[in-house]
Design a protein around this ligand. Structure first.
Ligand code: UD1
Length: 427
């Protein structure tokens, strides 16, 4: 298995191109199920999860083709075409590798009147149920059946009538599934307390480009007027605000100065606000977002929350940055339980972090030291890379498949700004 070796202590300086957003791509791809016409997605990141989702779409009889990109370019263009769906089943073998597979439930049901999806099963960042996905489409008129580890959803003859659903908890995935289910319904549907992450706005914008009628985009109260059919579209995936935020932390911990090319400040305000409070200079420029640090970091208190609050997907990276701040920071994780698996590994690198339930107390330290580390999820792995960039000596990060799920060519991007990083195959 590959690992990344980082020689810490290099100041990062230059430009990092930000890729298309993984989490947006994972909800835009299943929109191909909603139309017989081709859907072309530009700026798709080259990531293991995207390949996995492509494979899942092929399983349904959807043809996919990748066009016109050179290996040295970041990003890809994919055209998906589904004149005919040959299977409505998302099997365990594929779903277990990728939780986001559940996002085919809504659009498959909308197009075919039925969908069978394996339950996703365990997940490293806590127990992640899908009850809200099911309740929302049930409220739109679907019948749900659970058997042998699969969920089977069926629409009445003639299609989903549509309906109303008030989310008791804000859920990104359930909001996405509900939106994709409602666009082809016979009537009007309404979502209350819907998630309003920028990735949801990206999904709505694509659906509208395909002919959907949606009101309240970007708010928590969304109305969807069902239409008879959707048509194809060509659409550019939004920039990855979490990737951008991660590299901002990487630049900051090294006292560096980096332009995050293509990042949109307005989509990452909470992260940028946190960085400013930590003492980082942040500026929105025509080409992206520039972050500059002078080496001094201040402790802050942070709490994750649904958008526009601070993304849970930034918690681990900001924690890595705060290990080097002057003073004590308190972090509260409100979205997922069990999302502190990076803490023992950061402590092995010399950090001083204590956790109690959903709270982590980070006592800033003068120095971190390189170590062999590994993490059990994507953002936790990135937090170790960030710590490694500032640590004295060598850090080896193992279990790279987590990073490959979410960071397009991480080592190349870091090398562009002067980091000393190398990926090597493990014997
Ligand atoms: C998405 C993102 C993930 C991010 C998360 C929160 C993708 C592919 N993944 O995950 O990177 O960390 O949003 O911003 O876009 N919940 C329920 N029942 C449900 C669904 C969710 O109780 O049916 C709970 C979850 O356990 C969690 C909270 O709701 O506590 C938020 O989860 P949710 O927003 O659904 O996360 P995902 O869509 O899975």
């Amino acid at each position: 298995m590959d690992k990344i070796i980082i020689e810490g202590g290099k100041r990062l300086s230059g430009t990092i191109p930000i890729s298309g957003a993984k989490n947006a791509a994972l909800t835009l791809i299943p929109c191909a199920l909603l139309t017989e016409e081709p859907l072309t997605l530009r700026n798709l990141p080259r990531l293991a999860d995207i390949d996995g989702f492509q494979h899942l779409m092929n399983q349904f009889g959807i043809t996919t083709s990748i066009q016109g990109t050179r290996p040295e370019d970041f990003g890809r263009v994919m055209t998906l075409e589904a004149p005919r769906i040959t299977s409505t089943v998302a099997p365990y073998e594929l779903v277990r590798k990728m939780r986001a597979s559940i996002l085919v439930l809504g659009p498959m049901l909308a197009r075919m009147g039925e969908a069978t999806v394996s339950l996703p099963g365990g997940c490293a960042i806590g127990n992640r149920p899908i009850d809200l996905h099911l309740k929302a489409i049930e409220a739109f008129g679907a019948e749900i059946e659970l058997a042998q580890g699969y969920v089977r959803a069926r629409a009445p003859d003639g299609g989903l009538p549509g309906g109303e659903f008030d989310f008791p908890v804000v859920s990104v995935g359930a909001t996405e599934n509900a939106l994709m289910a409602a666009v082809l319904a016979n009537g009007t549907s309404r979502l209350f307390n819907a998630a309003r992450e920028p990735e949801i706005v990206d999904l709505c914008n694509l659906l509208v480009a395909m002919g959907a009628q949606i009101e309240g985009i970007g708010t928590s109260d969304v109305t969807i007027h069902g239409v008879r059919r959707l048509h194809g579209a060509t659409y550019r995936v939004m920039a990855d605000r979490i990737e951008a935020g991660s590299y901002a932390c990487a630049a900051a911990i090294t006292g560096g100065d980096v332009l995050l090319e293509g990042a949109k400040a307005e989509e990452m305000q909470a992260t940028l606000h946190a960085l400013r409070n930590i003492g980082i200079h942040v500026e929105s420029e025509a080409k992206g977002v520039r972050v500059g640090a002078n080496g001094r970091l201040r402790a802050v208190n942070l709490s994750t929350a649904p958008y526009p609050g601070l993304a849970t997907d930034m918690q681990a990276q900001l924690m890595a940055l705060l290990t080097r701040a002057e003073g004590t920071s308190v972090l509260t994780e409100t979205i997922f339980e069990n999302r502190y698996m990076h803490v023992p590994e950061l402590n092995r690198m010399g950090a001083n972090i204590e956790t109690s339930g959903r709270t982590a107390i980070v006592h800033g330290v003068e120095r971190l030291t390189g170590a062999e580390v590994m993490a059990t999820d994507l953002r936790a792995s990135m937090s170790l890379v960030i710590a490694g960039l500032a640590a004295e000596g060598q850090t080896q990060v193992r279990r790279l498949y987590h990073l490959d799920r979410g960071y397009e060519r991480l080592e190349e991007k870091l090398a562009l700004v002067g980091a000393q990083v190398e990926r090597i195959g493990d014997e």
